[in-house]
Structures are given as C-alpha cells and as structure tokens.
Design a protein around this ligand. Structure first.
Ligand code: ADP
Ligand code: X2W
Length: 320
C-alpha cells in the first residue's frame, strides 16, 4: 500500500499527485472519441511472423488485443509465421523458396506449414492472450469451413506458374468466428484453408496470412483491417527511401500495386480487397513498436499507412 508520510507538507504531496495525474487523465480523455467510434466494431488484426520479434513485443501485442476486447471492440487475430516456417523447414533440411511473394509449398512442406502455424505460433499467441483470462480460442481456416480454397497459380512475367499447395480463397463461412465473438472470445486463426475439392487427397492449402486476414475482414464486415509488420508502413520509394505514405485511397493504391515488391504485394492487395469490400480502413503498421495497435486505434496521431475507400469521410481530427 502506498501512503503519504504525515510529516510531509500535505499541500506539496497533493500538488505532485495532481501534476502526475493530469497527463494520464488527458491521455485517457484523448481516447474518448475513438472509444465511442470503435465500440462494438470488428477489428481484424494480422500479426506477421516478422513482427513477432521478441517475447516482450508478443506480450505487448496480447495486452493490446485484450485491451481492445475490454474496450468493447470485437478483435479477431489472423497470424502469420513465415520466418518460423522457414526455420522449421531448415531444421528438417528442406529449403524455402518463394515465387511472387508466396511459398512454393510441396505436400511435405504443407505438413510443416500446418504444424508450425497451428501447433506452434497459434498456440503461443493463444497462451499469451489467455494470461489475461479465458478469452482466446485458436482455430485454423479449416475449422467449421471458415476458409475454403482452390489451388492458386502464381503469375510471373505473364506465365502461370505452379507453386504447389498454395490456396486461393473461394469462400468464407464466418459462422464459427461470429459465434466466438458473440460469446465474448477472441478468435486466433491460422491461415490454412480446406480444399474446395472433396476428391483432393491432401485436403488443405497454405494461404498467405495477409490474404487470409483481408478476406476474413471483408466477409465479417469488419470496420478495420490492421496489418502488423516489420516496417513503419508502405514506403513511397522502397528500398531507396524511408518516406512512409500515411494515407491513400483505393484508386491510388491500385495504381501503385504493379510497382510493389515482395512481402508488400499480398499486404497491399489485401488492403485493397478489404476497402473495396466494405471495410472502412485498412492499415499497415509497425509491429516492432510496442503497443502500436493502441496508438493506432485510440490516439489522434495514427501511425503507419492507412488505405481508405475512394469515397471515405474523415473522422475526429481528420483521422479515420
Ligand atoms: N514499398 C514497400 N514498403 C515497405 N516495405 C516493403 C516495400 N516493398 C517491399 N517491402 C518489404 O516487405 C516486407 C514486409 O513483408 P513480409 O516480410 O512478408 O512481412 P510479414 O511477415 O509481416 O508479413 C518489408 O520488411 C520489406 O522488406
Ligand atoms: C502461401 C504462403 O506464402 N504462405 C505463408 C503463410 C504464413 C505467412 O503468411 O506468414 P507471414 O505473415 O509471417 O509472412 C508461408 O508459407 O510463409
């Protein structure tokens, strides 16, 4: 228990308390319009494998998601784990190859993808969230037909290239996710989809986690898609400059898409898909910054890159 020594001048102690309390109160009050605006809204948060830098950052991510939940939002987590999959393949003596930003997924690699995402990364995130109460429930896109996919072919130089068991989502069934949200839970979803083809011997597909998060955000009618990665946002002239584009419309993004490279391609395609299909804003933010989710949702500044539909209307202070 903290007490004030009665020999202290009461006035001094009281004044000090007021001085330290006021900035804290101001921060809470700054969040008020944002709390009002986002209450009851669904937020799909994609946590990229590259953003899961250390234990402290992962714990801060879990705190932010639980904070959103207690603030009355409906957070849904879709997670990646590209580096973790590559590390496991490497340990098994298998090489990782990417084409058009997607992992070339042999049937053998598919087993590893599923094992690492659903058995390792997802379990860890569920555990961290549940340190705050019985909130998180892990699942993959296979569960309750949440994500159904067909084989995806990469387009490279106008050619259609076979990259194995990589899936293109053809249908989303939001029933299980909505039921979990209605029950006050936080769904944590691995980006593995069931095959649309019943005759398919292997039955599952590896879906890029950005693509999966965007498709789910659109199907859920989410207000926000938030993509956490290992850069500050979309750089205007990557890799030559670190000037971040803070806001762009769907049409502006569509123009930029052909010039984008590697990991940013599925992210920005996902953001475009989301805002063109009813999501109010799609944001790419720096997951390496502790509490970046709270900064983005509850403060006037906003960080990273925000994509809005062409007809977007601004929110308090001009931020969405
Ligand atoms: N225009 C760009 N702006 C920012 N990053 C870019 C850009 N183009 C390519 N990148 C690359 O995309 C990477 C993020 O994608 P990725 O590695 O797939 O991350 P994650 O695991 O979070 O999905 C960045 O680290 C950067 O190397
Ligand atoms: C098809 C494809 O590339 N799937 C990804 C799935 C994981 C993922 O997307 O993880 P990040 O978000 O950390 O990149 C992969 O196998 O790496």
């Amino acid at each position: 228990m903290t007490t004030t020594d009665s020999t202290d001048a009461p006035d001094t102690a009281g004044t000090t308390r007021k001085h330290t309390a006021l900035p804290k109160a101001r921060i809470l009050i700054e969040a008020l319009p944002w709390l009002t605006r986002h209450r009851g809204k669904t937020v799909v948060i994609k946590f990229g494998g590259n953003a899961m830098v250390d234990d402290e950052l992962k714990a801060a991510f879990a705190q932010d998601v639980v904070f959103l939940h207690h603030a009355g939002l409906r957070p849904v987590v879709v997670h990646g784990g590209g580096p973790q999959i590559s590390a496991q393949l490497d340990r098994m003596g298998l090489t990782s190859e990417f084409k058009a930003g997607l992992r070339v997924t042999t049937p053998e690699a598919m087993d590893v993808v599923r094992m690492v995402l659903a058995g390792q990364v997802q379990r860890e995130l569920v555990g961290l969230l549940n340190e705050h109460g019985p909130l998180a429930v892990g699942m993959t896109g296979e569960d309750a037909h949440t994500m159904t996919a067909t084989k995806h072919y990469a387009e490279i130089g106008g050619e259609r290239v076979d990259i194995g068991r990589v899936g293109e989502i053809t249908a989303i069934d939001t029933g299980a996710v909505q039921a979990l949200l209605d029950d006050g839970r936080i769904p944590v979803i691995s980006s593995v989809a069931r095959s649309a083809d019943d005759a398919d011997a292997h039955g599952v597909f590896n879906v890029n986690a950005d693509t999966a998060a965007a498709a789910l955000a659109a199907a859920l009618g989410a207000e926000t898609l938030m993509v956490l990665t290992d850069v500050e946002g979309l750089y205007e002239d990557w890799p030559h400059s670190d000037e971040v584009i803070s806001r762009l419309t769907a049409s502006e993004l569509e123009e930029l898409l052909p010039d984008l490279a590697s990991g940013m391609v599925p992210k920005m395609q996902g953001c475009l898909h989301a805002v063109r299909n009813g999501v109010t804003t799609a944001r790419v933010i720096d997951g390496r910054v502790q509490h970046s989710i709270l900064l983005e949702i509850f403060t006037d500044e906003g960080i990273g890159t925000m994509v809005v539909p062409d007809e977007a209307v601004s929110g308090p202070e001009g931020k969405q």
